[in-house]
Design a protein around this ligand. Structure first.
Ligand SMILES: Cc1cc2nc3c(=O)[nH]c(=O)nc-3n(C[C@H](O)[C@H](O)[C@H](O)COP(=O)(O)OP(=O)(O)OC[C@H]3O[C@@H](n4cnc5c(N)ncnc54)[C@H](O)[C@@H]3O)c2cc1C
Length: 237
């Protein structure tokens, strides 16, 4: 465990804050991993305690450590949000093996909803930076574009990375929100539009349990084998 210092924060999407911490010189991780953050002497706490797991949203090549979360009204998040710049928290990790495939020929397909994008931002930006040759599809579902963290960065990555196809879809745009892209939930029909042979892919599901469960069912209903599905569940939502 070591202490890390808050450098800056900004709104990454509606009600969603990205926190940037100084990365210790000896801290190394692989894109997709998570860490545990522990508040130091917080003015309030609750039954869940002072520690939460957060995927590392920054890519390893980036200078800072970024953690991004939906800002609900819980003791942990109230304290995190009120930390002044320069304040410290404990960092433990990295943990987890939700990682890009090691085989460069593996077709990687991400089915992601909402805040589940955090480890995927790290994986996609690192893969783009390293020019990894894995053919990759990122299906990213949100209610509206304003709710979609890192939308522009991911779009930008798809312009730079010839192996990446980015398919954002919005479930609640109606007539009032400007949006030219796909609408509705991630469905078998949407997947088949892009993946002529879905059984040849390795799938990555990440986010709150309900999202991961729904996407897992979608895939098993399509006949995808369990061993080709990797999941990272965000407990606590
Ligand atoms: C490997 C891993 C990676 C993760 N990565 C991320 C990440 O990158 N970003 C991220 O945001 N989270 C991530 N999480 C989840 C994160 O650790 C927290 O659990 C989550 O942010 C919720 O914390 P909290 O303080 O809001 O709620 P907690 O205090 O942990 O809430 C506990 C329970 O209280 C209830 N609850 C609390 N507040 C509300 C509310 N306002 N409305 C309804 N019910 C409520 C919920 O039922 C919840 O299950 C990750 C979890 C894991 C295990």
């Amino acid at each position: 465990m070591q202490k890390i210092k808050l450098k800056s924060k900004h709104e990454a999407a509606t009600g969603t804050t990205a926190f940037y911490f100084e990365k210790p010189a000896d801290f190394t991780y692989t894109a997709g991993q998570f860490a545990e953050l522990t508040l130091i002497d917080p003015p309030e706490t609750d039954a869940e305690g002072n520690t939460r797991a957060y995927s590392i949203a920054s890519a390893p090549y980036e200078a800072d450590l970024c953690f991004t979360t939906r800002m609900r009204n819980t003791a942990f998040k109230r304290v995190l949000d009120s930390l002044p710049l320069g304040a410290e928290v404990w960092l433990d990790g990295p943990f987890g093996n939700f990682l890009m495939p090691s085989n460069p020929n593996t077709l990687a397909v991400f089915l992601i909803g909402g805040i589940g994008i955090t480890p995927v931002r790290s994986m996609i930006l690192q893969a783009t930076h390293d020019q990894r040759p894995n053919q990759t599809f990122l299906f990213y579902s949100n209610r509206t574009p304003a709710d979609a963290a890192f939308l522009e960065e991911l779009r930008d990555a798809s312009h730079k990375n010839p192996f990446l196809t980015f398919v954002p879809t919005m479930t609640n745009v109606g007539d009032t929100v400007p949006w030219n892209g796909k609408t509705g939930y991630i469905s078998a029909q949407l997947l088949l539009e892009y993946l002529p042979k879905p059984d040849l892919a390795t799938y990555y599901l990440c986010g709150p349990a309900a999202m991961v469960t729904a996407m897992h069912k979608l895939l098993t209903d399509m006949g995808i084998y369990n061993e080709n599905i990797h999941t990272e569940e965000f407990s606590g939502y």
